[in-house]
Ligand binder design. Structure first.
Ligand code: FES
Length: 399
């Protein structure tokens, strides 16, 4: 693991070991958020507070992660009934589990008694969740089944874990806690773009996680650069050299209440996939009949699904603290592929390891710059139109 890639930790770690000043603003004061949003000059980058303020971070988690459909992971990580994983966002923790019918369920990992985390291990398998503090037992769907020492009048049915909505498209798990937006358009578009690759019939070939010492919006913007110009990403330039981009403008814009984009792009002429030498690195996915020299790029809020004909990569960006973002990357191959026979993990993961490690460095340097009291938001260039549109969407929703 490179020196700037760290094992995941939940300490109050911040860039260069320095703690930011605690926030003074009232996180529930809507007028405060509106006043802050009003400081944004259209066509320009965001003001400093959006990147450094812990109160803004908490508001972001509420507004954009608990209040939006979010990509949580892939069903290949929980193949059996009772398999679960935890998805932590800021102070929040979500249990994502397979129930006995194979459906994906999700609930807040907060006991309805005195608030303990119910599930502790990041990945696990169980028949029920038992709170470690006083033994309240929850079914896989979060329903409270038993509450020791409570009086006979206690109503278990009113004390289940807070449930999230869960949807699975092409094997990818999406969750929503407080989001009334219709999932239908997102499902329709993801189904259409993913159909040739049948990502529900894949296995995890490789997985890496990094902690980036930067605000999630800086990391996000760096990834938008990667997918639009790629100028600061040598390996991306290598696989996309001389490719002719023809991206419909409508595919680039945030989609109203739901922020997502889908597109198909050609890769470098002569390359059949995004690999170091341009040759295939794994068996074909799904029904894709040929290696067609293209890549499908889907973004949902701050996460990406990138699909070549022979492998897919899911890049999930999650805010953990005001200046700490988790970068979780999962590589998928056909479910029948065998490591060492059909694919080699280092060769398969070459591009996205390089991209993510480069993004980590660029975003962390960006954070150090905007931490300066002399940082002034500058204007976006014409080729930053996608970021410009996203920032406008973000500011409108922030207030
Ligand atoms: S806090 Fe969970 S059982 Fe008491």
């Amino acid at each position: 693991m490179p020196s700037h890639a760290r094992e995941r930790g939940r300490s109050a770690w911040s860039p260069r070991g320095k703690r930011m000043k605690p926030a003074r603003r009232d996180a529930n004061d809507a007028s405060t958020w509106a006043a802050l949003a009003a400081q944004h000059l259209p066509g320009h980058n965001l003001p400093r507070e959006f990147f450094v303020d812990p109160a803004v971070h908490r508001h972001d988690v509420d507004q954009f992660f608990l209040g939006h459909w979010i990509l949580a992971g892939h069903i290949a990580s929980i193949p059996r009934a009772g398999d679960y994983f935890l998805y932590d966002i800021g102070f929040e923790s979500i249990i994502v589990v397979r129930d006995d019918n194979g459906a994906v369920r999700a609930a807040m990992n907060v006991c309805r008694h005195r608030g303990s985390r119910v599930a502790i291990e990041e990945y696990g398998h169980c028949r029920e969740f038992v709170c470690p503090l006083h033994g309240w037992k929850y079914a896989l769907d979060g329903t409270l089944q038993a509450a020791p020492n409570m009086p006979a009048t206690f109503d278990e049915s009113r004390h289940g874990l807070a449930k999230l909505k869960a949807q699975v498209v092409a094997g990818v798990i999406f969750l929503a806690l407080e989001c009334a937006a219709d999932f239908t358009p997102l499902r329709r578009d993801l189904d259409a773009y993913c159909a040739p690759y049948d990502l529900s019939a894949t296995r995890i070939a490789y997985h890496r996680r990094y902690l980036c010492p930067a605000n999630w919006k800086l990391v996000f913007a760096t990834f938008l650069d990667l997918h639009t110009s790629g100028a600061a990403f040598p390996q991306m330039r290598q696989v996309m050299a001389n490719a002719e981009y023809a991206v419909p403008a409508a595919d680039r814009a945030p989609q109203g209440e739901l922020d997502y984009t889908c597109r198909r792009e050609p890769i470098r002429p002569g390359f059949v996939t995004q690999s170091e030498d341009g040759t295939a690195v794994a068996p074909l996915l799904g029904d894709a009949a040929t290696l067609d020299s293209g890549v499908t790029v889907i973004r949902v809020l701050s996460s990406w699904i990138v699909i070549c004909s022979d492998y897919a990569a899911i890049v999930r960006l999650t805010p953990l603290e005001a200046q700490v973002t988790e970068m979780d990357v999962t590589w998928l191959v056909h479910e029948s592929a065998v490591e060492g026979v059909d694919y080699d993990a280092p060769r398969l993961s070459w591009l996205w390891r390089a991209n993510v490690e480069r993004a980590l460095k660029l975003a962390s340097d960006n954070q150090l710059g905007v931490n300066s009291t002399r940082y002034v938001p500058g204007p976006f260039a014409p080729d930053e139109a996608e970021l410009d549109a996203w920032v406008s969407w973000y500011v409108a929703r922030f207030a």
